[in-house]
Design a binder for this molecule. Structure first.
Ligand code: FDA
Length: 309
């Protein structure tokens, strides 16, 4: 219930203005967001790399409603790739994009606009020896995002997909994407979805996740296990052993600031680990989804507001 209220709030402009103007919010946001600027993101990349953790960088922003902002998203990602180039991390530093930030929802041809604007980002990533992963947003965008993926993979087969276990359709999508060379990040799903398209009970989402994980780990693709759930991470290791997967044939992904000790522990023990590092000024939607995932985060946030100076 709280989760639905929060996810609804993530789309209310009035609330967004009130929360983002509150100085005390900043301290809580800092836990989940590397900073507002490219330099902040690059500093986080340096720290994580020193611990043997790969990264996927997200320039925050979503749901753009005009082409000018979509162009700014493209330029921000090109600047990000320029900033990463001197670090020469290759595939250990990739980027994640939300197609809604590239204009996917624009009326009259938003899908094509997003594809046109994301393509130079994918080309620049390939030229640097790294990849782009297409984040998955609410269920109405899945067909468009998977169609864009198929298009981009023709010339850039390393382009990654995200599948959300909560959606009823995802087992079929996982079967279709469990093919050679296919990079698929499996997540539980962070959006408020109706019962017609998604499991509503956490236990059902968790069970669906494990079924999809089995499909991906059994196949010839490159599964990216996007979860902080200890049961999921343990099962992924079991499946890797069962299918004789080399350590370099799959990875665990976690969000910046969530279970950082576990990220370091797994990396030190030889599991490939990648942290999803968001940065930028447009952090509101991302931040509210992180609050919605865990009631304790809301309590922490409210406490920090109550004790603000
Ligand atoms: P679950 O919610 O069961 O949490 C398991 C444990 O992890 C919790 O008990 C807690 O310890 C810890 N935890 C989880 N969330 C936390 C939080 N916010 N704060 C503190 N601790 C927390 N979703 C989506 O719809 N589209 C996408 O493209 C992506 N991309 C993405 C990338 C990566 C790398 C990750 C890890 C996740 C995503 N997600 C996502 C988010 C995903 O859908 C999901 O909402 C969260 O990962 C939380 O689910 P868990 O699998 O961690 O399990």
């Amino acid at each position: 219930m709280l989760q639905k209220v929060l996810l609804g709030a993530s789309r209310r402009p009035g609330l967004r203005a009130a929360v983002t103007r509150t100085p005390a919010t900043r301290r809580v946001v800092d836990r989940f967001v590397a900073g507002e600027h490219l330099d902040d993101a690059l500093r986080a990349v340096g720290e994580l790399s020193a611990d043997g953790i790969a990264v996927t960088l997200d320039h925050l922003g979503e749901d753009v409603t005009d082409r000018a902002r979509a162009l700014r998203t493209r330029d921000a990602y090109l600047a990000l790739l320029d900033g990463l180039a001197p670090l020469a991390l290759g595939p250990a530093a990739e980027v994640s994009v939300k197609l809604s930030a590239f204009g996917q929802a624009l009326p009259d041809g938003g899908h094509d606009v997003a594809l046109e604007l994301v393509r130079p980002v994918v080309e620049a990533a390939t030229a640097m020896g790294t990849t782009v992963t297409l984040d998955m947003e609410d269920s109405r965008t899945v067909d468009s995002t998977l169609a864009a993926l198929a298009e981009l993979r023709k010339e850039h087969p390393g382009t990654g997909a995200v599948l959300q276990a909560m959606l009823h359709r995802t087992e079929d999508d996982a079967k279709a994407l469990a093919v050679t060379g296919s990079r698929v990040r499996l997540v539980k799903g962070a959006y408020d979805e109706p019962a017609s398209v998604a499991h509503q009970r956490k236990a059902d989402v968790d069970a669906a996740y494990l079924r999809c994980l089995e499909l991906l780990m059994a196949g010839p693709g490159y599964p990216m296990v996007g979860s902080h759930d200890p049961a999921v991470v343990a099962r992924a290791h079991e499946l890797a052993a069962q299918h004789s997967r080399a350590a370099a044939s799959w990875e665990v992904q976690m969000l910046y600031g969530i279970r950082p000790d576990e990220q370091r522990r797994l990396a030190a023990a030889g599991t490939r680990v990648r942290a999803y590092v968001p940065y930028g000024a447009d952090w509101y939607g991302y931040f509210v989804r992180r609050l919605a995932e865990r009631p304790a985060n809301v309590a922490f946030f409210l406490r920090s507001l109550a004790t603000r100076r």
